[in-house]
Design a protein around this ligand. Structure first.
Ligand code: FAQ
Length: 332
């Protein structure tokens, strides 16, 4: 990834420490937000702030968990043992991100079990991007480069989110995502500089993943229901369109090094804006996918329901062990 983004993560981590040390005594919610301090679980907070965070953090956690499926699909078919080991580690990292995020949501007074139920019965969403299929090995590279790349551009500012547990989870997540992005880029670089057929496979993956990746940033600002309030509360630091622009500007030079063409005839440098003009994704398609009508929505949620049902015995065993351990501790 762009080294400047990792530098921003380091700076946010150091600011988190400074904020913790300089915590205002007996301050109100509004004072804490105005002073750029962190709201912690024990602090009073408006109910709407709490609900917004639960919605966003839960959707984020679900995305990490559902997001394991498109790449998991390639673990057994990775082209070498080394590629397999790297992909396995990456997919496991996504599971870890889901768990940190469920834990961060639990600090707001909800249970992970309830959040998982809300995902499984369709009351809560996950990212639109994971409803597209991974047809070739190059798609694994495109997910790393573009999907993890978009995720990082969106999540680096979340390291400065006003809610402490979410901001802290994001620091670690972003550091790991930077490895993911580089592994994807390296897969595509290898293919793009390989045989003609491999180059074509890399280009085809970019053609199919480009617009869905732009759509990950959400609806345009004018249609974004939550942005204004989330920005006032310093949960979101930049609007959906600002982050989408930042992502496009970052990708153009990277695509040139790959020798691949971003599939957008309208892509050109705008001297006045100091940014690239580009064609927006199809937001009607984004809305259809969010509402459950993407290419893989049914498959993804059915798979998750099946995995959840098959894992029931593990949860029961863990609960039985915890009960036994608690009884033994009390007895001692
Ligand atoms: N997909 O008012 P806004 C990853 C919904 S992690 C589905 O703009 P907001 C790692 C939105 O929820 C990827 N739904 O909403 C990985 C709202 O619906 P609601 C996930 C979407 O919250 C990589 C409605 O539209 N990242 O990729 C989408 O202010 C590789 C109106 O939208 C996060 O979750 C969408 N794309 O901004 C894993 C980051 N966009 O709830 C495996 C945290 C919007 O009112 C492999 N989340 N919606 O019914 C955020 O930053 C924000 O929630 C946004 C949306 C920016 C996603």
């Amino acid at each position: 990834m762009d080294d400047a983004l990792l530098t921003q993560v380091e700076a946010a981590e150091s600011d988190l420490r400074t904020a913790a040390a300089a915590r205002l005594a007996a301050s109100t919610f509004d004072e804490v937000i105005a002073a750029d301090q962190k709201i912690e679980p024990r602090d009073a907070m408006p109910e709407a702030y709490r609900k917004t965070l639960i919605r966003q953090i839960a959707q984020h956690a679900h995305s990490e968990i559902i997001g394991m499926q498109p790449e998991g699909n390639w673990i057994s078919r990775a082209p070498s043992l080394k590629r397999k080991a790297i992909l396995l580690a990456k997919v496991q990292d996504e599971a870890g991100h889901g768990l940190y995020l469920y834990a961060a949501a639990e600090t707001l007074g909800v249970s992970r079990a309830d959040l998982v139920d809300a995902l499984l019965d369709g009351r809560q969403k996950y990212s639109s991007i994971f409803n597209y299929p991974t047809l070739t090995w190059a798609d694994v590279g495109a997910i790393g480069w573009l999907v993890d790349g978009a995720a990082i551009v969106n999540q680096v500012p979340l390291c400065r989110c006003s809610y402490g547990p979410y901001a802290r989870a994001m620091i670690r997540v972003c550091k790991e995502e930077s490895f993911h992005q580089r592994q994807g880029y390296e897969i595509l670089h290898t293919l793009a500089h390989g045989t003609e057929a491999q180059h074509a496979m890399a280009q085809d993956a970019l053609d199919r993943w480009w617009y869905p990746s732009l759509a990950m940033f959400g609806p345009p600002d004018a249609d974004s229901t939550h942005s204004e309030r989330s920005m006032a509360w310093k949960i979101k630091r930049f609007s959906n369109d600002e982050l989408r622009q930042r992502f496009v500007d970052m990708c153009v030079g990277q695509a040139e090094i790959l020798g691949l063409r971003i599939p957008d005839d309208g892509l050109r440098w705008n001297e006045q804006r100091g940014a690239y003009d580009f064609t927006a994704p199809d937001y009607a398609e984004l809305m259809r996918v969010i509402k459950g009508d993407g290419p893989c929505n049914r498959q993804r949620i059915e798979h998750r329901r099946r995995a959840h049902a098959e894992g029931a015995w593990v949860r029961e065993a863990a609960e039985a062990y915890a009960r036994k351990h608690a009884t033994a501790t009390v007895a001692a």
